[in-house]
Write a protein that binds this ligand. Structure first.
Ligand code: GLC
Length: 429
């Protein structure tokens, strides 16, 4: 397929998955609005319909909870083909039925991108309307996902990280007692090959965490105190640190002085807190179980988001480059979601090895901003090659390039349009 044809296919995927203002990740496997999927999707729409791009984010924030949290899934209509649905979550925090936790907060960064690339003349007005909602969400993160003020952000469920099946969660998940779950029937394995999905023991624990949080009424302070899973995630931490920097720029543009000061405080706390994620033995940022104080020992794709978060000191950058090049010598396509030399690596099981387009986009952006255009370009070329060879899959094998998981995937299409497609080189990172 030519690049122009791929551009056209990508647009059709977005418009086919459009449910009237919000976009599902893919038909079948994921039939609702997902948080960070929608935000990346907005970048894709912005290449041909900026009004629609704003709408995607505005609709996501329609589901914001009273406490500020923006849920990871909005169940706008019932769909029996998905499990676990609204009755399992048992939430009551916002105006739309939803899951009970959040997902990586990329929204402020994308809102700033929409403002910068605006061709409608309405961007600042729309950003101003979203700004207090973004502030409330970020404040919620600082309060309830970093309750001790450590400057690192915890996830209360592997799904909150957006990197659901990452080996980094294995130990903390194994420590979760399986309890209070009803007999259940999974739906994911009827859409996708079970060999690419999590195991049953994991699923039992995913649902046990949900049950524990449901028991405390999803009260965020109680969840922070009692949730059986509470792990600081370099992915959410770095994405959030970046989002805070971008929110600060928005605050300044909108003349929100008091809020700008508050955000500066968050940034300072996180810049110093990020050191707690540095594992000196493997020279990388890793996850940290806040219940046990134990760091993980593997390098994941999020370790490479340090530059995206603006952490570009000499030692970090030297280690990033060395690990990048080492991993590039082991796999054909960068960036595997887990270190191919780690014992937990699996090329096709999701988040234990495969490549995701939107992760590549963020890593490349960080590297480009840190003055490393060559590695940024490598990521873009690999992303383009994967899509050219295997289409708009959910994720790809870093070895063979085979597409896996769901097909006709919205964020893969969006990342193609905004960054990987050669026709959009001018919008490069
Ligand atoms: C999977 C991914 C998650 C994503 C969702 C919808 O659960 O792990 O990050 O948001 O699918 O695409």
């Amino acid at each position: 397929m030519s690049h122009a044809d791929l551009d056209q296919t990508a647009k059709s995927i977005l418009t086919d998955n459009d449910q009237g203002g919000y976009t599902i990740p893919t038909k079948g496997l994921y039939p609702y609005q997902w948080n960070w999927d929608s935000v990346f999707v907005a970048l894709g729409f912005a290449t041909f319909d900026q009004d629609r791009a704003w709408r995607e984010i505005e609709m996501l924030f329609e589901g914001q909870w009273r406490d500020g949290m923006v849920p990871h899934i909005l169940f706008r209509k019932d769909d029996p083909s998905y499990f676990p649905g609204p009755s399992v979550w048992g939430t009551n925090g916002g105006p739309i039925p939803s899951s009970g936790h959040s997902q990586p907060p990329v929204a402020a960064s994308v809102v700033l991108d929409l403002v910068r690339g605006d061709r409608t003349g309405q961007a600042l007005e729309r950003a101003a309307a979203l700004f207090p909602k973004l502030m409330a969400w970020h404040r919620w993160y600082m309060t309830y996902r970093d309750p001790d003020g450590l400057g690192v952000i915890a996830v209360i469920h592997p799904w909150e990280s957006g990197r659901d099946n990452l080996p980094d969660w294995d130990d903390a998940l194994r420590a979760v007692e399986v309890r209070d779950i009803e007999p259940y029937e999974r739906k994911d394995t009827s859409h996708v090959d079970p060999a690419m999905r999590p195991h049953k023991e994991d699923y039992d624990r995913y649902l046990s965490i949900v049950a524990a949080c449901r028991k405390v009424g999803w009260d965020p302070a109680k969840v922070a105190e009692t949730c059986p899973f509470f792990v600081a995630d370099p992915g959410v931490t770095f994405i959030f640190l970046r989002a805070n920097r971008d929110l600060l720029v928005l605050a300044q543009q909108l003349g929100m002085g008091k809020e700008a000061d508050e955000i500066r405080g968050w940034i300072a706390r996180m810049e110093s807190g990020a050191k707690a994620l540095w594992n000196p033995d493997i020279q990388a940022h890793v996850a940290l179980d806040l219940r046990t104080g134990k760091q993980t020992d593997g390098i994941s794709c999020a370790s490479f988001l340090a530059p995206y978060a603006g952490l570009t000191d000499t030692a970090t950058m030297a280690a990033q480059r060395a690990h990048f090049d080492r991993m590039a010598s082991k796999v054909r396509y960068m960036m595997p979601s887990y270190d191919p030399e780690h014992g937990c690596y699996e090329a096709l099981r999701y988040w234990r090895g495969p490549v995701w387009a939107m992760i590549n986009y963020m890593i490349a952006r960080g590297f480009a901003e840190a003055g490393d255009p060559a590695r940024a370009e490598r990521l873009r070329n690999d992303t383009a090659a994967l899509i050219e060879t295997s289409g708009f899959a959910e994720y790809f094998s870093p070895e063979s390039g085979a597409g896996a998981g769901g097909g006709t995937f919205s964020w893969t299409a969006a990342i193609w349009l905004t960054w990987a497609s050669p026709s959009h080189v001018e919008q490069a990172a």
